[in-house]
Design a protein around this ligand. Structure first.
Ligand SMILES: [Fe+2]
Length: 199
């Protein structure tokens, strides 16, 4: 079960509206390398991890990604909700406004709605961890791109926090991969999720 705490993992206090930036950052809400994809990926992969430690790692990080989804949603909301329609009209993001208003909808910055095709859940622990390492690097790279496109210090402070967490997640997945690979030398763990179905 999940327990909800009524505060963000990192505070979001944006002073200036900016629909252009909201339209860029939305990709980390519902885009292929975003926080929704990350949380669904890890929370789904955990069921076939071979031991309590790796299951717990995916649960912990998948849960934290939900907290990051909330931070990104808050960023998008605060950047857009009080902006007048004329500000949207100047942007390519006008199409977003016509469908969703100044709300937070899970899509990429190019307008593709969230799609689970951007994640993989293979049942193979090593394959999953390699995917997770790549996912963390892709998310980190998107945050780097956002920092290049943003000149709002209130936004950048939050994005830097999210970027740093991707680096930490990458390190933790790397440690899990090392441990699993050394464990493979002692016993075969591939396909554990299928083997342990008996009562
Ligand atoms: Fe992450």
């Amino acid at each position: 079960m999940f327990e909800y705490k009524k505060f963000l993992e990192y505070p979001v206090k944006i002073k200036n509206t900016n629909p252009r930036l909201a339209n860029i950052i939305i990709t980390q809400y519902g885009g292929p390398n975003g926080e929704l994809a990350a949380s669904v990926r890890y929370l789904s992969q955990r069921y076939t991890m071979p031991d309590k430690v790796s299951k717990g790692l995916l649960t912990d990080i998948g849960t934290e990604e939900l907290a990051h989804l909330e931070i990104v949603g808050s960023l998008v909301s605060q950047l857009s909700k009080c902006a007048p329609p004329e500000e949207w009209e100047k942007l390519q993001g006008w199409e977003y406004y016509s469908d969703n208003g100044a709300s937070v909808y899970p899509q990429s910055s190019q307008g593709s709605p969230f799609n689970a095709a951007s994640i993989a859940v293979t049942g193979d622990p090593l394959t999953n961890l390699y995917e997770d390492l790549a996912a963390e690097q892709k998310a980190r790279a998107v945050y780097d791109n956002i920092l290049r496109l943003s000149d709002d210090p209130d936004v950048n402070e939050v994005i830097k926090f999210l970027r740093q967490r991707e680096v930490v997640h990458f390190q933790r997945f790397g440690e899990a991969l090392d441990k699993m690979q050394s464990g493979l030398k002692q016993k075969k763990i591939m396909g554990t999720g299928l083997k342990k179905c008996g009562k």
